[in-house]
Structure formats: C-alpha cells, structure tokens
Design a protein around this ligand. Structure first.
Ligand SMILES: [Zn+2]
Length: 118
C-alpha cells in the first residue's frame, strides 16, 4: 500500500462548550492540518494522487474555515468545535472529492493533535 501526506494551515477562533477550563473562553489557534491518502496501486504517472491536486482540494475546504469563528458556523452550533470534530468536518468535506482519503489530522498546538479516520 502507498500513502501520501500533505500539510497546510489556517487561523480560526473557537470556544468549547460544556468544558471547564481556559478553552471555554474565546481564543484562536493557528491550526495545522495533515491529510493522508492511500492507494494499493499507483496511477500511470507513478503517483497515488498529484500533490498539487490534493493541496488545491484541501485549500478549498480550509478557505471556508480561515479567519472564522467556529462557533458561529451552522455546523459547529450543534457540534462542539474541538480538534477532533474539526478533523471530522474537514474529512467529511474532502471525502467526496478525494478517492482513497485515509485520515485528517488537526493540530491546535505544536504538541496536541487529533486524527479522524473515515
Ligand atoms: Zn482552543
């Protein structure tokens, strides 16, 4: 099996509901995002998927999140905007456009990340 991975980032704010601690207050992060795509076989060019195409598709999803306040987005009015749920949101928005999508990982700091596998 082959696996490729790309990384990107965006900036956005959130506050967590039903949580006691600093993160219940409005604050922002520079979120890092990694996307993994897997394939059993390579295409004619010897690739799982062109990195350029994958980056373009990911950036289309991240454009909707960049410089936003998660809690005001309709999706995150019901779903708490944790790193776990943000990873799932990105995965669900990418999965129809990217065959073989394996996982989406979201870092909210250098030391903390969450991964969603479909
Ligand atoms: Zn936070």
């Amino acid at each position: 099996m082959y696996k490729i991975k790309i990384e990107s980032s965006f900036s956005a704010a959130h506050n967590l509901r039903g949580y006691k601690g600093k993160c219940e207050n409005l604050h922002g992060h520079n979120w890092k995002v990694a996307v993994e795509v897997a394939a059993d076989n390579l295409d004619k060019a010897g690739m799982v998927l062109d990195f350029k195409d994958l980056k373009m598709k990911l950036n289309r999803v991240l454009e909707k999140l960049d410089h936003k306040y998660f809690n005001r987005m309709p999706y995150f009015k019901k779903v708490n905007p944790t790193s776990e749920n943000i990873a799932r949101y990105i995965y669900d928005n990418l999965s129809s456009r990217v065959a073989g999508l394996l996982s989406v990982t979201v870092w909210e700091s250098n030391n903390s990340c969450a991964t969603y596998y479909g």
